[in-house]
Design a protein around this ligand. Structure first.
Ligand code: XIL
Length: 369
């Protein structure tokens, strides 16, 4: 999946103005399409507290700030919050050794105010890097940049983040490199060493927080998923052999509603990952329904069934430490910008609809969390 890694630049007023849920509750209007029986069920957050499987969602701070009802929903449903963009390198270190923590700090405050904890996303990625990083020219400079960046971010948020996605999306067989590595500035200058280095630096800066390698695109019965499963597993094996301090494998879980899971192969893949000693986390769950046919209700049903089948496979191997969705409401899903339906109708990838009402996907999550 190609993404530009861009999100609107942080405006100080927008970021700092995250208001309390009390205001949201007072101004809330009753949604027209709500299924009241569904709305009355206990939130995912209370289920998460009882089961120990955390529930989280991602959000972009300026958007969350503008929507008081969304704030209320996030705070009532989730106990983890993930900044969708603000911790990415282009925002946190736009110029060498010039750090900007306004965005992530406001998110830490928002999370703390609502008794949530932040999930750190992400330290090392091929995308969302500033130009000066893209222009690094030597292995020595790349190493120094990683040392400073990872050391600074991880120390700053020690104790405020429950897990860090240290390396994001290091595999892309279609790039044609040996062993399926993705082309990136890090891979070009340091090879696989950049992955262990990143984890060692993160561990040195914070010995306690779980560290994860985060990947997507391995779920289905097609050649693309098959190649990715093979290359991801070989990489995870190699990183174990090199004693890289990685605790978790993050299953991004950007699902594609019209595809068929390879139940047998996906189960075998996840068993091998767990067998190598990685804990599973579902980090970015959503369903691309660009090619799912039918009315909105039929599409919502298909999305929910797809998620149920997926969670059934994952849980048959191991209970994940957390389940997080990439956004909470269809109104603000990144997928609406990146993927389009032929009929021009907007995608419906998340557990709440555009009016922030619970959808069938919400009920599926409630069964598993
Ligand atoms: C996406 C954000 O949601 C967008 O707002 C941004 O424009 C691009 O990045 N996998 C990831 C996330 O690991 O960081 C991506 O987030 C979505 C895919």
């Amino acid at each position: 999946m190609r993404h530009a890694g861009r999100e609107p630049p942080t405006r100080r007023s927008a970021v700092l103005g995250l208001t309390s849920v009390a205001v949201a509750a007072a101004t809330r209007t009753v949604p027209a399409q709500a299924d009241f029986a569904l709305e009355l069920l206990p939130p995912l957050r209370s289920r998460a507290q009882a089961s120990g499987i955390k529930f989280g969602c991602a959000g972009a701070a300026p958007i969350v700030q503008q929507d008081a009802v969304l704030q209320e929903k996030i705070a009532s449903e989730a106990n983890i919050f993930i900044p969708e963009g603000h911790l990415k390198w282009e925002f946190t270190e736009p110029r060498p050794n010039e750090f900007n923590f306004e965005g992530p700090d406001s998110i830490v405050d928002f999370a703390a105010r609502h008794d949530m904890i932040m999930h750190g996303h992400t330290l090392v990625w091929y995308a969302a890097i500033p130009d000066w990083v893209a222009r690094l020219a030597t292995a020595k400079d790349a190493r120094a940049a990683l040392e400073r960046h990872i050391g600074t971010l991880v120390s700053r948020y020690r104790g405020k983040i429950w897990a860090w996605d240290v390396v994001n999306e290091p595999v892309e067989p279609k790039d044609g490199l040996d062993d399926g590595y993705r082309k990136s500035i890090w891979q070009r200058l340091l090879g696989i060493d950049h992955i262990d280095l990143a984890f060692r630096l993160a561990r040195a800066a914070d010995p306690a927080t779980p560290l994860s390698l985060n990947e997507y695109g391995f779920e289905y019965a097609d050649g693309t998923s098959r190649n990715r499963r093979q290359d991801i597993l070989a990489l995870l094996q190699k990183l174990r052999d090199r004693n890289a301090p990685i605790d978790c494998f993050g299953l991004q879980s950007h699902l594609q509603g019209h595809k068929t899971f390879d139940r047998k192969e996906l189960t075998a893949f996840l068993r091998s990952v767990v067998g190598l000693g990685y804990r599973l986390m579902i980090t970015e769950l959503d369903v691309n329904d660009a090619e799912v046919r039918g009315s909105e209700a039929e599409r919502d049903g298909a999305v929910a069934r797809h998620v149920a089948e997926y969670l059934d496979i994952v849980f048959s191997v191991a209970r994940p430490a957390s389940i997080s969705t990439w956004g909470l409401s269809d109104r603000y899903s990144w997928m609406r910008q990146y993927f389009k339906r032929a009929d021009g109708r907007p995608l419906r990838p998340l557990p709440l609809d555009t009016d922030l009402n619970r959808k069938p996907m919400w009920s599926v999550l409630a069964k598993y969390i």
